[in-house]
Design a protein around this ligand. Structure first.
Ligand SMILES: CC1=C(O)/C(=C\N=C(/Cc2ccc(O)c(F)c2)C(=O)O)C(COP(=O)(O)O)=CN1
Length: 456
C-alpha cells in the first residue's frame, strides 16, 4: 500500500530546546518531578496536552487581521456564530474564553444542590464545576472503558443500565442533564458510537432529561464512527458530526482542541430559555455575548478553525499520526490503552511499573522518567489527577493509572513520534530500575497542577 504524507506543508517553524541529560535533570528537580511545572523552554517534544497547542493555518493567521474588536455586535462574532451553526447545527451559541468558561455557566444554570450529573467517565474541570454547584458526578460509562487492554471499538459508550439504575435510585427530577463526552479523555480518547448516542438521547428525552455533550474532541469521535460503525464508511466527517449533534440538546466546547485554536470555546444549545439565562451569566463571567472572553481576532481564528477541523484529509492525518506512535509501542509489547485514542497514546503505568504501589504514583514517576530520558513531556492521568474523595479524604483510586502522550494537531512530524517511541521503549527495557515518588507538597484542590514530588 502506498505511504501517505501530511495534507499540508510547513511555512513557519519554532526552534526546539535541545537540552543535555544533565540540564533536564536540573529542570526536573526544579519542577518537583511534576511535568506540569517544567518550563516550556526546557521541553523538547511537548506531549503534555493537545489543548491550545495546535498549529494554526495560513488562513487562520490571515483571519487574525480581520478581527473586528467592536465591543458589541462584532463582525467576528457573527462569523463564529455562523460557523458553529453550520458545523454543529445548534440554534443558539455563546462565546466563552475556553471550555471551563462554558462548564461554569452551564453548571450554574442547570444544577440544583443535591442533583446528580451522570456522565461517561469524569473529567477534572467538568466534575469540579458540577461539584461546585452541589451535584454529584456519577460514572455511567460501560465497564469495558476501565480495562486498558480491551479492544472495544466504542469504549466511550454509555451503559444504559447504569443510567436506568441511577434514575430508579434518585429519580429523574434529580438529574438535570447527562454529560456525554465525545471522545472520553480519561478513558484514553475513546469514542461513543452513533447507535449509543441515538439510544441515550431517545431514552433521556422520554424521561425529560437533557443531553449535553462535552464536544471538545467531537471531530475525532466522528472519524471513529466513520471508521468503525456500519453504514458510515462513505459519509463525510462533517455529515457524521451533524447527526451526532442531533442527539443532544446542547454542548460545552473547548475550542482549544478540535477547533484548532490556542484559546476559545463556546456554550451552545437549542432551548430559548436556557439561552436567555446563559446570556446573562456570560456577561458576568466572560464579557459580552458577542465576544465571551475572546478578542475579535480569536473569534475569527476559531471560525476558520471550525471549518478546517472537518476537512476529511486533515482529520485522517491527525488520527493516523496518533496511531503511528501507538502502533510502534504495541508492536514492541509496551502496555498502552487499547484501542489507540483519538488525541493521545496512553501508557498503562500500572502494567509498565508493576513493582510500584499506587501510593508511589507510578504514572507520575513514569512521566518524570520519560522527560529525563528524552525531553519528551507527557501528562499524568492517574491517582494524582484523581484527587481525594470529598467525604473520606482518601485518594480516589481510578482503575486507570495512565501517562498521556498527547499529540498537538499539525505540529510534530512522525520523526518526533519516533523519538518519543524510542524513549518509551528504552524505559520499558529498564522499567525495573524506575523508582516511585513521594508527594512532598499537596495543594488542596486539583492537586496535579502544582503538586511536588521527590524520589523515594
Ligand atoms: C474533555 C474535556 C477536556 O479535555 C478539557 C480540557 N482538557 C485539557 C486541559 C486540561 C484541563 C484540566 C486538567 O486537569 C488538565 F490536566 C488539562 C487536556 O489537557 O486534556 C475541558 C476543559 O476545557 P478548557 O481547558 O478549554 O477549559 C473540558 N472537557
Amino acid at each position: 500500500e502506498r505511504r501517505s504524507a501530511e495534507p499540508f506543508k510547513i511555512k513557519t517553524v519554532e526552534a526546539l530546546a535541545m537540552l543535555s541529560r544533565q540540564e533536564r535533570e536540573e529542570a526536573l528537580k526544579k519542577a518537583g518531578y511534576n511535568t506540569f511545572l517544567i518550563d516550556s523552554s526546557d521541553v523538547y517534544i511537548d506531549l503534555l496536552t493537545d489543548s491550545g497547542t495546535s498549529a494554526m493555518s495560513d488562513r487562520q493567521w490571515g483571519a487574525l487581521m480581520m478581527g473586528d474588536e467592536a465591543y458589541a455586535g462584532s463582525k467576528s462574532w457573527k462569523r463564529l456564530e455562523k460557523a458553529v451553526r453550520d458545523v454543529y447545527g445548534y440554534k443558539h451559541v455563546l462565546p466563552t474564553h475556553q471550555g471551563r468558561g462554558a462548564e461554569n455557566i452551564l453548571s450554574q444554570l442547570k444544577i440544583k444542590h443535591g442533583d446528580y450529573v451522570p456522565g461517561n467517565m469524569y473529567f477534572t474541570t467538568t466534575r469540579a464545576h458540577q461539584e461546585l454547584n452541589g451535584a454529584s458526578f456519577v460514572d455511567i460509562i460501560i465497564d469495558e472503558a476501565h480495562d486498558p487492554t480491551l479492544e472495544h471499538p466504542f469504549k466511550g459508550n454509555i451503559d444504559l443500565k447504569k443510567l436506568e439504575n441511577l434514575i430508579y435510585e434518585v429519580g429523574a427530577e434529580k438529574i438535570p442533564y447527562i454529560c456525554v463526552a465525545v471522545t472520553v479523555n480519561m478513558a484514553g480518547g475513546q469514542p461513543v458510537s452513533m447507535k449509543n448516542l441515538r439510544e441515550v438521547y431517545h431514552f433521556c428525552k422520554s424521561l425529560g432529561i437533557d443531553v449535553m455533550f462535552d464536544a471538545t474532541r467531537c471531530v475525532e469521535n466522528a472519524y471513529f464512527i466513520k471508521e468503525r460503525e456500519k453504514g458510515y464508511e462513505n459519509k463525510s466527517v462533517s455529515n457524521i458530526l451533524k447527526e451526532m449533534f442531533s442527539y443532544s440538546d446542547g454542548c460545552t466546547m473547548s475550542g482549544k482542541k478540535d477547533c484548532l485554536v490556542n484559546i476559545g470555546g463556546f456554550l451552545a444549545m437549542n432551548d430559548d430559555e436556557l439561552y436567555a439565562r446563559s446570556r446573562e451569566l456570560v456577561v458576568v463571567y466572560e464579557g459580552m455575548p458577542s465576544y465571551g472572553g475572546m478578542a475579535g481576532r480569536d473569534m475569527e481564528a476559531m471560525a476558520q478553525g471550525i471549518y478546517e477541523s472537518v476537512d476529511d484529509h486533515y482529520i485522517a492525518h491527525r488520527i493516523g499520526q496518533v496511531r503511528y506512535l501507538g502502533q510502534q509501542l504495541i508492536d514492541q509489547g509496551v502496555p498502552i490503552v487499547r484501542p489507540i485514542g483519538g488525541h493521545a497514546v496512553y501508557l498503562d503505568a500500572k502494567e509498565f511499573l508493576p513493582h510500584l504501589q499506587l501510593e508511589e504514583f507510578p504514572a507520575q514517576a513514569l512521566a518524570a522518567a520519560l522527560y529525563l530520558d528524552s525531553g519528551v513531556r507527557a501528562m499524568e492521568r492517574g491517582i494524582v489527577s484523581a484527587g481525594r474523595d470529598q467525604k473520606t479524604g482518601q485518594h480516589n483510586k481510578p482503575k486507570l493509572e495512565l501517562v498521556r502522550l498527547t499529540i498537538p494537531r499539525r505540529v510534530y512530524t512522525n520523526n518526533h513520534m519516533d523519538v518519543a517511541a524510542d524513549s518509551v521503549l528504552s524505559l520499558f527495557q529498564k522499567r525495573h530500575a524506575i523508582n516511585g515518588l513521594k508527594m512532598v507538597y499537596e495543594p488542596p484542590a486539583l492537586r496535579f497542577f502544582n503538586a511536588r514530588f521527590s524520589p523515594v
